[in-house]
Design a protein around this ligand. Structure first.
Ligand code: ATP
Ligand code: MG
Length: 215
């Protein structure tokens, strides 16, 4: 694993609870940031590491911005929060990005003394059994599943029942303030010349404009 694959600045031994926020982050927006922050406080996480995906296995067919742009936007968006970090682990790993491989790397790096919490939105979580080595993954870390507009909580609870039956670390539902923001919508708004201000940090909007993304 490369040096910055996980925490760069911190003493590995001091981290008892580590959040991992996976995503394409094309671009990162306030839905991601609010979810990570609410999870951090609610679960007493020492740090939340944002992990931009390399080649996301679930998104073939959709055109994705280069990893360096998604990494830069994620760094810009998280820079003001001292508890947030960004990892290049998936960007630097060749081939499709599988969560199980990423969690395994964090586990190796941090050892058994650190509880790992994978943070995901409801839309992604209901697909968990389609993820590579889902059963193994559910035995490797806890899951924090954030509510997301468009995903009915009752149905979510039903779907998560199966995951809980397999999980050894817990599958928790986290209520976050409903933000009907998605990267897909932001990309479409840029393309059509509609405003994206207040949907994502200003620094990320500036980066999008400067790099000419989503046109
Ligand atoms: P896209 O529209 O390209 O799929 P997205 O907005 O869903 O983008 P992703 O990078 O796919 O963003 O999401 C990363 C993680 O963040 C996923 O687990 C997703 O469910 C979660 N997430 C994204 N937006 C929100 C939101 N508004 N509220 C709660 N969770 C969210
Ligand atoms: Mg998504």
């Amino acid at each position: 694993m490369t040096h910055d694959a996980t925490s760069v600045k911190r003493d590995v031994g001091k981290i008892k609870r580590l959040g991992i926020m996976g995503g394409t982050f094309d671009p990162i927006h306030y839905g991601h940031l609010v979810t990570a922050e609410v999870a951090r406080v609610k679960f007493g996480l020492d740090v939340v590491v944002f992990v931009p995906s390399g080649v996301p296995p679930h998104k073939h067919g959709v055109e994705i911005s280069p990893g360096r742009d998604r990494y830069m936007m994620t760094v810009l968006a998280t820079a003001t929060n001292p508890y947030f970090e960004v990892s290049r682990v998936e960007l630097d790993r060749p081939g499709p990005s599988y969560t199980v491989d990423t969690v395994r790397e964090f586990r190796t790096r941090y050892g058994p003394g650190t509880e790992l919490y994978f943070i995901t939105g409801a839309d992604a979580a209901v697909e968990i059994f389609t993820w590579k080595d889902a059963h193994e993954l559910l035995k490797m870390c806890a899951f924090i599943v954030a509510t997301r507009p468009g995903y009915c909580t009752t149905r979510l609870e039903a779907e998560l029942g199966r995951a809980r039956a397999v999980s050894t670390h817990g599958v928790f539902v986290l209520e976050v303030p409903a933000l009907a923001i998605s990267s897909t919508d932001i990309r479409a708004r840029v393309k059509h010349g509609d405003p994206i201000r207040y949907l994502l940090p200003e620094s990320v909007e500036n980066y999008i404009r400067k790099a000419g993304l989503y046109l």
